[in-house]
Each structure stands twice: as C-alpha cells, then as structure tokens.
Design a protein around this ligand. Structure first.
Ligand code: SF4
Length: 637
C-alpha cells in the first residue's frame, strides 16, 4: 500500500513457505503514523496475525523482518533492521535488532518489511529481486557456518543467514547478516525450523525523501553532533562497547561467578583497554554509521570481529575466565556456529554452579576453560551435555533445580550487568517484554552507575525512568536508527566531570520525589504535549523532515509507548502474569553486599510503581482506557 510519507518503500512482502506463494501485506498511512516501522510495525503484524496459542517452533509462527523510515535514506547509523517472531527461548514475543546490510537491500528491493509464514518441506534459500522472488534448494548450504554460507550466496546483495545451531534448533540461535547478529531470543531457530537457510535481497529502488535539502542538512548536523559528542565521538570509537567494563567493575555491577557478585579481580585482563592495546587492528561497524563501535582484531594471523562488552563480561568475569585471547577465539567460533553469546554464556555459568552445588555432574567448573570450545560445538550440534545446554537456563533449572540462582527473566538470560548494584536496571530486566535484556529493560544503569551516579539502591524515579527510556528506545529502534545515537542525550558535563558540582546536584536531584513527578508528566506527553525541538534528540526533527509527518517529542515518545503496549498485549494473551515480571531470588532476596541491606532488587515495590506509572492494572494488564488514550481503539473489546 503506497505511502504519501517519505521514508517508506510503501510495500510489505509476504512469503508463504508452505505453498511458495507471495503477496502484498496491506499497511496504511494511518498505521504508519501510529506504529512508524521496524519493531513496532512488526509487533502490530504479529498481534494481528498470530493465534494466542501459536507454538514458536511451528509452521504457524511467523517471522517479520522490518526496516524503519530512516533505512536507505543516508541517515547516520541507519542500517539497523529488526527481526521479530515468537521466541523458542521464552515462548513470548521477541525482537532482535541487527546492524548488517539486509535492511538496506530489502528497502532497495522495494519493501519496508518481509513477512515469512508457513514451513518449507525442503531446505531452501530465497532470493528477492524487486518484484521477483525465487525459491532455491539449500541442500548444498545446509550445515555451513554463518561465514561460509554468506560467501556462497550471490555477491552485492543483502543477506540474512543461519548457522548449524539454528538448524539444530538451539533455543538461542541467532540470525546473521555480514558479521552482525540479530542474536537474542532464538529467532534463528524459527528460520531453521522452517527449513529456511537464508534470504537474499537486491534492487535499485531509491527511498523517497520529503524535504530533500532540509533533511540532508539535518543529517549533516546530526553526524557532526555524533562525532563531536564524547560518548559517540570518542569513547565508543576508541574502545567500543567494552569501554564501560572498567566502570562496571568500579560500580560493582560486573556480573561475576553466575551473578554471585559484581566485581572480578582480573577485570583489567578482559577490558576494552586491553583489547585495544593487544589485539585491535581497526574500528569496524555498520554501514552508514559515523560511530563505528565494532572492533576488528587479529589473532593467530587472522582478522576477525572483536568481542563486545556483553561477551567479554559473560565469557570472562561471569565464568571466572581472564584469558582475553580465548574470549576472542570463542566469540568468532560462536558467531560462526550462529548462537547468541549472552544466552550461551549464561547457560554455561549456571551449569558450572549446578555442578559445583552437586545438582548436575557435567564437568564444567568456574575458571576451567580448556574444554569450552568443544562444549560450544556440542551445543550447536546438540551432542552430550550440549543437548541440555542448548535449551537455556530456565530449562536447565526446571530439569536440575537451582531456580533461585537461575539467572534469567521470562526465560531469557540476563546481560552482563549485575542488577543488585543498580536496582532500576533490575526492574527493567524484570518488566522487559522480551525478558532479561539490558536494552528492552530501558538501560537505566547508564544513569545509576555508568555515566551518571544517581543512588543505585533508591527506588525513587526508577519506574518513571525505566518507562521513559523504554519508550524512547522503542521508537528510536522502530525508526531504523541505532540506539547508541541516543547517548548524546546524556550531558557531557556530567560524564567528563563525574565528581563536579553539576554532576553531584543532578545525581542527587534524580532520586527526589519531585523529579519522579516530573518524569511521570513527561511519560504522559502525547502528540500535543511538547512541540519543541530537543537539540540532543535530533532524531525527531529529522524524522519530521524525512517523512513529512508532524513530529514532536510527545508524539515521538507516544509511538514508543504503543510499541511497548503491543508487545505487552501479545505476552498477556499468551498467558503472561505479573509474577513473570520478576528475577531469581539471588537478585531479589540476597544482598550483594552483606553490610548493605538495600543491595538487592526490591522487585515487588518497583514493579507496583512501574505498573502504576504505565497505567497498567495492579496485575500488569493493559486497560481499555490506556488503549483509547494511545488511539489503539481497534484493540478494545
Ligand atoms: S554505533 Fe555501533 S552498533 Fe550502532 S550503528 Fe554504529 S557501528 Fe553499528
């Protein structure tokens, strides 16, 4: 359905694998105004098309690959695209964002999104070339790793592929594009179950841009801002995401020994600084990105992608490993096998503790790393103990026990941040729609421990801040822009001078009731609420100029809230309860520091505040009043 707005190809392609049929999926301009694109568009399609009892690994499940309006228009950091489906790891809605080139090529082929339904009886790969779609045998590609398969597919195309782990239905297998991954939630296994090894897209269609000159000018200023800002212009390019590992250690939030504590004696050996000093060859990153936070490193004469913060933390401190070279090797191996390093590492750490406590005799031990490479292969091929490890922490805790220290939320393993040193981050992990993900959580730890120092144990403002961040991150992602670009929002004065007067006053103010009240008001802003230009959020004016849609902060935030609400509705329909918005007892009941009784996540108090702030019922349900206020009446009964 063609669009009057700039930034859209105007078509969504639907491919039914069962009957090998293609069709256009209708999406109106009204829906674009409300749901924008990317992950929010995908959630709407899933809510409207999936039955509530659909099993993730079934032909009824669908995969939606979607782009945002900024994709293929030259905006900074705009090559990110989204993949959504029901997750085999959590059984709930999941989306995973990827920085490879597929999104740009899908848009060049003339589509804003791709919907894959059904299941192929044969192993196949698909090529999309503008209006033509071909189904090709993948017999000779099956079994190849994510690097090999991309080499075999046609050049000068955008690709998404899976590796052996997804073919073997590992519950945290990802989907890969170039060397980037839509890693989380096991969406690769949904492709594997459908016998779909890869999708390739190409074309020459240009995306329409409204207000061309003005948009170009705004993009130019935006790029300048990203390069000029300390975080996006200095820290991320120099050390990548790993640059915050030392800060995590300092603030006691570096998950160590299966989240038994928040600091690791050998942290310097696995830090971003050490990676830069010993292995970095050059920066890498997604196309169209001026930040280039990715790393290219060299080991044993081979140039490979360097590990990111989560991998360093979880395959380092959390399993008590201080061997950086091993982490680099493993990272490359796990990527080729096609798995999510976060869930895999979380499963290994939990299995180590199960073994230590005599609950599962599996041979895995904290600090013992000589057998791990073999175990990773076994997981991808579901051999030996790898077969159980391939199902993730929640499954392991149901089979072997240890639920109180099974570090997951809703079935998804937590990222590398120990939330007892950052209780707002703990709340976010618990209420995130896709489970234990730092980004879906709202990333409040940035304010509690990393770039600012608001009281990490106070519950004041945490619910409000979590909601605000979640909504802004939802809409940023849906627009097609990398979330790291939002880091220009944090005042540099505070980051560069954390002990200065301005930082102290701001940190103090953040946990005052008056601030919580102001944040609540901001969270209620809708399209008529704040019609001002925020120079630190250049996304908003650029989006208005690109699309021609009226856009202001209130409207922008409200689109994000719709995204959160859609995902919440899908999960509620699939049986989610308030008691699922939680964390394991280790994090909620056991203080991280025995001298500080507040160093644990007071989940009940925080969750109640959060539901109230979001306008949900006490049971966490979405009300008709909320749907009406968000103009989502079509979902009222
Ligand atoms: S900041 Fe990093 S992850 Fe984001 S678009 Fe740039 S290179 Fe990709």
């Amino acid at each position: 359905m063609e669009s009057k707005y700039g930034g859209y190809a105007g078509k969504i392609l639907k491919i039914d694998l069962t009957n090998r049929e293609i069709s256009d999926y209708p999406f109106t301009d009204r829906e674009r105004e409300l749901y924008l694109g990317g992950k929010i568009m995908a959630s709407k399609i899933i809510l409207d098309n999936l039955k509530d009892d659909t099993v993730p690994l079934s032909s009824e499940n669908i995969i939606v690959v979607s782009t945002g309006p900024f994709t293929n228009t030259g905006a900074p950091s705009s090559s990110r695209f989204n993949i959504s489906s029901l997750s085999p790891l959590t059984g709930l809605i999941a989306s995973s964002n990827c920085g490879g080139n597929f999104g740009i090529y899908l848009k060049k082929a003339g589509y804003d999104a791709l919907i894959i339904t059904g299941k192929s009886t044969e192993k196949i790969w698909i090529e999309i070339n503008e209006n033509e779609v071909s189904f090709n045998s993948a017999d000779d590609l099956w079994g190849l790793d994510t690097e090999e398969v991309q080499e075999k597919l046609p050049e000068k195309t955008g690709k998404i592929v899976i590796g052996p782990a997804a073919e073997n239905l590992v519950r945290y297998a990802g989907i890969f594009s170039q060397e980037r991954a839509a890693g989380r939630a096991g969406l690769g296994s949904v492709m594997g179950f459908k016998n779909l090894k890869a999708v390739v897209a190409k074309g020459n269609i240009k995306t329409n841009v409204k207000n061309k000159d003005k948009t170009k000018e705004l993009y130019k200023k935006w790029i300048y801002k990203l390069k000029d800002s300390y975080l996006t212009g200095e820290m991320l390019p120099k050390y990548g995401t790993a640059g915050i590992l030392k800060l995590m250690q300092k603030k006691n939030v570096l998950a160590t020994r299966n989240f038994q504590k928040g600091n690791f004696d050998d942290f310097e050996m696995i830090s971003g600084e050490k990676l830069e000093e010993k292995y970095l060859i050059k920066n890498r990153g997604c196309v169209t990105c001026p930040i280039q936070c990715g790393r290219q490193v060299e080991i044993d004469g081979k140039k490979v992608k360097g590990p990111e913060l989560e991998t360093l933390g979880l395959l380092g401190a959390n399993i008590e490993n201080n061997d950086l070279k091993k982490i680099i090797d493993w990272n490359y191996q796990i990527d080729k096998l096609g798995m999510d390093t976060i869930s895999l590492a979380g499963s290994i750490a939990f299995a180590m503790e199960l073994n230590e406590k005599g609950l599962w005799d599996n041979g895995l031990e904290f600090g013992k790393t000589d057998n791990l490479s073999e175990i990773f292969n076994d997981i991808a091929n579901r051999k030996g103990i790898g077969d159980d490890l391939a199902n993730g922490v929640k499954f392991l805790s149901e089979k072997y026990g240890g639920k109180e220290f099974a570090i997951h939320s809703k079935g998804m393993e937590l990222s590398a941040y120990e939330p007892r040193g950052s209780v707002g981050q703990g709340l976010g992990y618990a209420v995130s729609n896709r489970g234990g993900c730092h980004l879906g959580a709202g990333y409040v730890i940035l304010f509690e421990a990393l770039y600012m120092s608001m009281d990490p144990y106070s519950t004041v403002s945490k619910a409000e801040l979590t909601m605000l961040n979640q909504d802004i991150m939802e809409v940023c992602s849906a627009s097609g822009i990398c979330l790291f670009t939002l880091q220009t929002m944090i005042p540099e004065k505070i980051i560069k001078n954390p002990d200065g007067m301005f930082a102290k006053i701001t940190n103090n103010l953040m946990t005052k009731n008056v601030t919580a009240a102001v944040l609540r008001k901001v969270n209620k802003l809708n399209e008529d609420g704040l019609n001002v230009n925020l120079p630190n959020v250049p996304h908003i004016k650029a989006l208005e100029s690109l699309t021609g849609m009226k856009m202001d902060f209130g409207k922008f935030r409200e689109i994000g809230e719709r995204g959160y609400t859609l995902d919440r509705m899908i999960n509620l329909r699939r049986g989610l309860k308030a008691t699922d918005d939680t964390l394991p007892k280790r994090l909620t009941d056991v203080p991280q520091d025995i001298t500080n009784k507040n160093s644990k996540v007071p989940i009940k108090e925080l969750r109640d505040k959060y539901y109230s702030c979001r306008g949900l019922t006490k049971e966490g349900e979405v009300t008709e009043e909320k749907l009406k206020s968000l103009k989502m009446q079509e979902y009222c009964k």
